[in-house]
Design a protein. Structure first.
Length: 333
């Protein structure tokens, strides 16, 4: 082991994914193993997802150790996403992480799931100080680092963008994952229908957009045209907010992270906006776009190297834990 190198096992269980990864504080991802709960119908049911996590946890963690080629005795600590997320799911990961920390006498490191999405994006893009567009099924946030924390420069006021598109897909029978299926149909759209474009200051609202799109479909509009109109409106709203945040903060790097970061359409819109401003755009690498154990491990390694730990008896889950409540001692700029 290299001098001062920190090696951490990370546990992710905030929503539909139970993940385990092992990473070092200098940015080496040694393993990344994830098992995704897929509901038979409808959206994620927290208790059913938690049951899935309980069943696969041991196997996922064992595979992470095998893939990394390290033993528990070589670890410097155990990191776990304590929030934000679904309570029953979070409890599974927290219980597993506490058990491992006690069993191997290792420090337990609390990780904010949203912060982990940012840090894995910074690592894989090589960006030092980007404006971050974080878009997933459970989050839509525009953020960047200012004075010791990730400050929010815009967020959804109701449902996240990923949830908006996933719900639309589910309601019309496209199944999951919804975003790529809606985008594929959108490419065949020829007519744009005006839909509610709701940007309030720096914040966004997608619930009215979803309702209007479903109503339009029920009134007989062509599916491909509705998908095209929905995607164009939703993504344009987000790009507008991101551009104003770049203008306000003066950042010259822009990244996209979270599950929706795999979207080529959203990426292209953000790329064009960044280039028009003389900025550089790169999305997180696709492997790390969705929820995953490696991002928790890497962020946990950064946190542990900065002295961040939590006593097992105080490692409470925090389903509503906001990223702007988290101090970031591993960054100075």
């Amino acid at each position: 082991m290299r001098e001062m190198e920190v090696i951490v096992l990370g546990i992710e269980s905030t929503a539909h994914t139970f993940g385990a990864g092992i990473a070092t504080s200098d940015g080496r991802i040694l393993s990344n193993v994830n098992d995704v709960y897929k509901p038979p119908h409808g959206g994620i049911h927290p208790r059913e997802a938690a049951e899935h996590h309980s069943k696969v946890a041991a196997d996922v963690i064992a595979r992470a150790f095998d893939e990394a080629g390290v033993s528990p005795k070589e670890l410097s600590g155990v990191a776990v996403a304590l929030g934000p997320g679904m309570g029953p799911c979070l409890r599974v990961g927290a219980t597993v992480a506490r058990t491992l920390a006690l069993l191997y006498d290792l420090p337990l490191v609390p990780v904010n799931h949203a912060v982990a999405h940012i840090e894995i994006a910074r690592l894989t893009t090589g960006f030092k100080d980007p404006l971050v567009v974080y878009v997933a099924g459970g989050n839509t946030i525009v953020t960047t680092y200012v004075e010791g924390r990730y400050r929010i420069f815009g967020e959804t006021l109701d449902i996240p963008l990923g949830n908006c598109l996933d719900t639309f897909a589910r309601e019309i029978g496209l199944g999951m994952p919804g975003v790529p299926k809606v985008e594929e149909l959108a490419k065949k759209g020829k007519r744009y229908y005006p839909l509610p474009y709701t940007v309030k200051g720096q914040d966004l609202s997608f619930s009215g957009l979803l309702t209007a799109a479903l109503r339009l479909l029920r009134e007989g509009a062509r599916l491909e045209d509705v998908c095209y109109s929905l995607v164009e409106t939703a993504y344009s709203m987000l790009v507008e907010v991101a551009e104003r945040a770049m203008a306000h903060t003066g950042k010259t790097e822009l990244t996209l992270t979270g599950g929706v970061a795999r979207s080529p359409l959203l990426s292209e819109k953000l790329r064009k906006m960044a280039e028009a401003r003389g900025a550089v755009y790169k999305p997180v690498e696709p492997e790390y776009a969705g929820d995953n154990g490696a991002m928790i491990a890497y962020t946990g390694a950064l946190a542990l190297s900065a002295g961040v730990t939590v006593p097992v008896e105080r490692s409470f889950i925090r389903p509503l834990w906001r990223m702007d409540e988290v101090e970031i001692p591993w960054r100075s700029s």
